[in-house]
Design a protein around this ligand. Structure first.
Ligand code: FNR
Length: 381
């Protein structure tokens, strides 16, 4: 039974090969930022208001133009289709059934066209990396629009992929083929292997037209090199010119960058340290949220991610002025543990936790929670 994200995490660990679990679960460097994301949320305490009659709080809100039953978005997770057959499509179905949205990774195994055909594409966002080859980037943007996606999320915190020790130790990092060692770990998970051999997608479909390798491992080794490490604000300005939908930047942590995003005419920002997978030692988005919020006021929408494991964590971010929260590993663990139902279980946990925390806090709706802001939070140091 899944009654916490940790249950799903343990089920994922039992269910998929070691190298795959570590790819999802791990972080970069000493994994200090990975741990910090969880610790920073735990340090924040609530100051509940009582006798406010918030018995059935309204958790509904709109994020990046998409109505949400509660303020959670499925974060882009590259190669999530490895965790369960048709993985990204299962996750998108679970998200849309729950009344939420999903941000589909550029490096999803399923193509954006296939995910969009399975659900209402108005509930999808597409996460884009800017490639050295701008023609590939432009084509991908055109495809996302043609598939019905209207919110583009550009990830900017990935100019290089730093050492992720667990991947290196397992021999997953940089390997261009399924080595004997990785294959042995697959054999230890026969149920997963059976699904993997039968699954429809065994490469990153979004990359298939651009000659980036014809096996998943070749593609995984190539993607780090394909991303342009030298992008700048002029690239964002060019995208703003050409993309007619909503444009969001993911991977900022500084108030001045957030202010710059607002000045560049973006619709939103996702404060993120990429789940502790990029710059180890970076602060957590929850720590920098209040300052970023102060820098832009209400001019653009601010979402955060990194370390959110409970509905109460989401409520803390909203009380600090965020509009919504993205979750990455929680849905990936749920997917590995139980496909569509596994993701649904995780989303139900978050929704229940948000609802009960709001009642206990005395917040009747999301607007009340956000407006009262730090009134309901205390930092425990
Ligand atoms: C990610 N993340 C990510 N982000 C992105 O913009 N594009 C991507 O392709 C990926 N891929 C990816 C793979 C895996 C396995 C993980 C765990 C994460 C980062 C993700 O969108 C999000 O920022 C973090 O996952 C949030 O932290 P939590 O919720 O995992 O703690």
């Amino acid at each position: 039974m899944v009654i916490s994200v940790e249950d799903a995490r343990l089920a994922a660990r039992r269910g998929v090969p070691r190298w795959l679990f570590d790819y999802v679960d791990g972080g970069s460097g000493a994994e200090a930022t990975l741990r910090r994301n969880i610790a920073a949320l735990a340090r924040l305490g609530f100051l509940p208001s009582v006798l406010r009659g918030a018995a059935s709080p309204d958790t509904g809100t709109t994020l990046f133009g998409i109505p949400h039953r509660f303020p959670v978005i499925l974060a882009p997770v590259g190669m999530a289709g490895m965790l369960s057959p048709g993985g990204e499509i299962s996750a998108a179905i679970a998200a849309t059934r729950a009344g939420l949205s999903m941000c589909v990774s550029h490096f999803a195994l399923a193509s954006i066209e296939d995910v969009a055909a399975a659900v209402d594409p108005a509930r999808l966002m597409f996460q884009l990396y800017l490639f050295r080859d701008r023609a590939v980037t432009r084509d991908m943007v055109v495809r996302a629009w043609a598939a019905g996606v209207r919110t583009l999320v550009v990830t900017v915190d990935t100019p290089v992929t730093p050492l992720r020790p667990r991947d290196a130790r397992n021999g997953f990092r940089g390997s261009t083929h399924l080595s004997g060692r990785l294959a042995t770990q697959c054999l230890l998970r026969p149920r997963w292997l059976y699904g993997a051999l039968r699954r429809p997608n065994r490469i990153i479909r979004n990359l298939a037209p651009y000659g980036m390798g014809d096996t998943l491992f070749a593609q995984a080794a190539a993607i780090g090199r394909a991303i342009d490490p030298a992008i700048g604000w002029d690239d964002i300005a060019a995208l703003r010119e050409s993309w007619k939908g909503r444009l969001v930047v993911k991977g900022l942590l500084r108030p001045d960058d957030t202010e710059r995003a607002a000045a560049a005419g973006l619709d939103g920002v996702i404060l993120s340290n990429h789940g502790g997978r990029q710059l180890d030692g970076a602060v957590s988005s929850i720590e920098t949220l209040a300052a970023c919020r102060a820098a832009v006021g209400g001019r653009i929408e601010l979402c955060v991610d990194g370390g959110f494991r409970h509905g109460a964590d989401v409520v803390k971010a909203l009380a600090l002025g965020a509009h919504g929260v993205l979750i990455g590993r929680p849905w990936a663990y749920g997917l590995a543990a139980g496909g569509i139902e596994g993701v649904t279980d995780i989303l139900t946990l978050f929704h229940d936790g948000i609802r009960s925390s709001m009642t206990l806090l005395g917040a009747p709706d999301i607007a009340d929670l956000r407006e009262a802001r730090c009134d309901r939070l205390a930092s425990i140091t």
